[in-house]
Design a protein around this ligand. Structure first.
Ligand code: ZN
Length: 136
């Protein structure tokens, strides 16, 4: 597996509209995309910070994993996403072979036309970790 960069930080919020004044008004970042990801039951908003992006995640349903995370006291950074160059499917197989517990056994569609897969925080020193790559 070859990680080329941190692709984005995922930040869980109750409401994107409520935090926009901070990201745009205070930090001066510009939201360049808002997208609903049906598979994860979230609405996302993206900001570019150099090469790295900020992904705000707002739940669109009570049974969204982000809704549950927020309900359990989750706040702030939800996950770190690494871009892998040689494919998420192969990367998931490789890390599982090294004893890492997976949330996703196979890649699934994420925001921004990416394929993504999550590693379980029990195996990643507590950091929910996403591997991602542009869809081919
Ligand atoms: Zn993400």
């Amino acid at each position: 597996m070859k990680i080329s960069r941190i692709d984005h930080l995922g930040i869980g919020v109750q409401s994107i509209d409520e935090v926009l004044p901070y990201y745009e008004g205070v930090l001066g970042l510009k939201c360049y995309a808002v997208e609903e990801v049906a598979d994860q039951k979230v609405k996302t908003a993206f900001f570019k910070v150099g090469e790295v992006k900020i992904e705000l995640l707002e739940p669109t349903s009570e049974d969204s994993t982000i809704a549950k995370w927020l309900a359990n006291g989750g706040k702030g950074v939800h996950h770190v996403a690494f871009a892998v160059e040689d494919g998420v499917a192969d990367a998931l197989v490789e890390v599982e072979g090294k004893g890492v517990r997976l949330i996703d056994k196979a890649p699934r569609p994420g925001a921004e036309n990416m394929m993504i897969g999550f590693l379980h925080p029990k195996s990643t020193a507590g950091v929910l970790t996403e591997l991602c790559e542009p869809k081919r």
